[in-house]
Design a protein around this ligand. Structure first.
Ligand code: IPD
Ligand code: CA
Length: 266
């Protein structure tokens, strides 16, 4: 087993336990704990409880690693490895009872910022569907025991794309202008509501491509490795080629450049 696969195995076990906790809490009823960056940006008690569980489990097996999660303070480690965690990606779906949310866990190496890290292992687990997407660097991306591959190119009907809209109303006009630029290459557009699942769906060929402005590192850390291990390309607005707040784009190699240019308005 490679080091990346060892980290992947840890992430799989913890994501399953965390996802089961989220699913159980969902059946018991969801309460909104607070709003964050805007009134639409919510956190539930379950988000916090699930992150606490993931953090405690990681601390027990990998006490010297760093941690970067959506709902608690970041911590620096001494091993060079940082766990990047979204305990519930798709919190609004979760709060409304739409079964498209996921536990997203990635192990990355290097400075814990997307421009500098190398992702080693990734898990995106949707406890409502039971689907677990996983990847270890150099070992491919998998949905359960099925190896994943991005679509080589969109069909002649156009690309099936997905996007998301940030919580800040001030950004919505830009989001809609971006959609207008991208639609000529699309057969249709999905807004699933969980960036980690959008990326997992690009990896598995359920989508041809995905673009979104405004993501945080924990939204894309795991999903981006799924896409690249499935033969796809992930990039952002800058030259570094990594996703950022300014832009995240993911697609198969034949579509990527055109989608990125349209999304950025280049
Ligand atoms: C959000 C989801 C959503 C995306 C937002 C994210 P959260 O994450 O991934 O699809 O459009 O940008 O913030 O808040 O549900 O963890
Ligand atoms: Ca979240």
């Amino acid at each position: 087993m490679t080091r990346a696969q060892q980290l992947e195995a840890i992430a799989i076990d913890i994501a399953r336990e965390a996802g089961e906790l989220a699913r159980r809490r969902r059946t018991e009823g969801v309460s909104i704990a607070a709003t964050k960056s805007s009134i639409a940006d919510i956190v539930t008690e379950a988000d916090r409880e699930v992150e606490d569980l993931i953090r405690a489990r990681l601390a027990a097996v990998r006490p010297d690693d760093g941690f970067l999660g959506e709902e608690s303070d970041a911590a620096t480690g001494t091993t060079g490895i940082t766990w990047v965690v979204d305990p519930i990606d798709g919190t609004v779906n979760y709060a409304y009872g739409i079964p498209s949310y996921a536990v997203s866990i990635a192990a990355v190496e290097g400075d814990p910022v997307p421009e500098h890290w190398d992702a080693l292992a990734a898990v995106v687990f949707n406890p409502a569907s039971g689907e677990l997407f996983r990847a270890a660097r150099g070992e491919g991306a998998w949905l359960d025991d099925q190896r994943l591959a991005v679509n080589a190119e969109p069909s002649s009907a156009g690309a099936l794309l997905a996007t998301g809209f940030g919580y800040d109303p001030a950004t919505h006009a830009g989001d809609l202008a971006r959609v207008a630029r991208v639609m000529p290459m699309a057969r249709d557009l999905r807004r699933i509501g969980a960036a980690s699942l959008d990326l997992a769906f690009v990896a598995s060929g359920r989508l041809d491509g995905y673009f979104e402005r405004g993501l945080h590192p924990w939204d894309h850390a795991a999903g981006a490795l799924l896409v690249t291990e499935a033969g796809g390309v992930v990039g952002g607005a800058g030259e570094s080629g990594s996703p950022s707040r300014a832009m995240t784009v993911a697609a198969g190699p034949a579509l990527f450049d055109a989608l990125r240019r349209a999304a950025l308005g280049d």
